[in-house]
Design a protein around this ligand. Structure first.
Ligand code: NAD
Ligand code: WQD
Length: 342
């Protein structure tokens, strides 16, 4: 018996890696993705890693009729809901678009699940719900004060699902707050390829290493941190993927709702990431220290103890491994899935 798990947004960065972890754990992923920020060629790569491409439905999570049909016709044991938009700057420019996709999309999905009697849901939340935390490590009980519409969209969905669970305690829900997911599957066949200029540190650094960009602009060197640059909790995407499997197994055991940080519990500064990437790639990463980026916080790393005690999960891969795997992916696929020469 291999339960089918509907993976919304399963063609994306974290979703595709989670398909690998699901297959390894004996589940059958069924991917629903509108390809707004992904490439269907990821499916061939997944076939090369796992031996079988997951079934793929190109469609939108806001399409209620499609969800009703999928939940009726497929025997779906649970849903991992990654589908959403994630660019903080875009969310500031288009808040309604973000609420429409991320919040309304999650409501449509939850309604369809409720109607179909499928009540196991793992939701992609984000450490961004904490905003600028009073201190790190950040426990799940820290104040929730997201600083932008993207973060607020995640908090609105969290709160909606908490209310849903209060009204219908038979639901089994995990709200997973990821810190900074990076890295790639160790095969180098799947990874992250942002469209245009990367907003996030690791893809930017790897594009400098591979020669696509001249130098990294370090956003601020005067933070109250050991070397003055921002500190974050970078977590390997395969550790994160395995965290989803652990959350699913936990939800299968009993009804309930859990809210969990997924991070390593260790902070790394921008310059530490640069040095680790230089070691992994053997390339020098040119950088310049520039002004702070508006909206950035000095430090933000997780207290992941609750995930360990409830799920028995913790991150195993260190920063060197994150950089080595990012580099393998970047070098083999400098233009992402466009680089189809393998
Ligand atoms: P991603 O953009 O690579 O993946 C999201 C996927 O969802 C994409 O394939 C996109 O095409 C799809 N999608 C978007 N809207 C859709 C819709 N309405 N219907 C169907 N498919 C849709 O992003 P990711 O990094 O893999 O993130 C996955 C989830 O995790 C997102 O919800 C994101 O907000 C959340 N998250 C990401 C990070 C991060 O830094 N990457 C951190 C915390 C939380
Ligand atoms: C990390 C550090 C930057 C780029 C964002 C979202 C958050 C979450 C994860 C989804 C910071 C510095 C970066 C660069 C730099 N996503 N940096 N030069 O800001 O922690 O989180 O992604 O939920 O919501 O806000 O990640 O990778 O952008 O930045 O110096 O070119 O790298 O200032 O200190 P961030 P990031």
């Amino acid at each position: 018996m291999s339960p089918t798990i509907l993976v919304t947004g399963g063609a994306g960065f974290i979703g595709s890696h989670t398909c690998v972890a699901l297959a390894a754990a004996g589940y059958t992923p069924l991917v629903l993705d509108n390809l707004a920020n992904s490439d269907a060629r990821v499916l061939d790569r997944l076939a090369r890693i796992t031996g079988q491409a997951p079934r793929f439905i190109q469609g939108d999570v806001r399409d209620r009729a499609l969800l009703d049909r999928l939940l009726r016709e497929e025997s779906i044991g649970g849903v991992i809901h990654f589908a959403g938009l994630k660019a903080v700057g875009d969310s500031v420019a288009d808040p309604l678009g973000y609420f429409q996709n991320n919040v309304h999309g999650s409501w449509v999905l939850a309604e369809a699940m409720q109607a179909a009697g499928v009540r196991t849901l793992i939701f992609s939340s984000s450490a961004t719900v904490y905003g600028d935390p009073d201190r790190s490590p950040v426990p799940e009980t820290a104040a929730l004060r997201p600083a932008n519409p993207y973060g607020r969209s995640k908090l609105m969905v969290e709160e909606s699902l908490r209310d849903l669970h209060r009204a219908h305690p038979a639901w089994r829900i995990a709200l997973l707050r990821y810190f900074n997911p990076v890295g790639a599957h160790e095969s180098g066949l799947i990874g992250e390829h942002p469209q245009g200029k990367p907003n996030n540190l690791m893809p930017f650094v790897s594009q400098v290493a591979v020669g696509l960009r001249d130098k990294l602009m370090v956003h601020g060197g005067d933070y109250p941190t050991p070397d003055g640059t921002g500190v974050r909790d970078y977590v390997h995407v395969m550790d994160l993927a395995e965290g989803h499997v652990a959350a699913l197994r936990h939800a299968e055991k009993q009804p309930g709702l859990v809210t969990l940080n997924l991070g390593t519990g260790q902070g790394a500064s921008v310059l530490e990431v640069v040095k680790a990437f230089e070691r992994a790639s053997g390339k020098e990463i040119a950088y310049e220290i520039g002004p702070r980026r508006p909206g950035d916080v000095p430090s933000n790393w997780a207290d992941p103890a609750l995930a360990e005690s409830l799920l028995g999960w913790r991150a195993h891969r260190n920063l060197d491994q994150m950089c080595e795997d990012s580099w393998r992916w970047q070098q083999g696929n400098p233009r992402g899935y466009e680089s189809e020469k393998l």
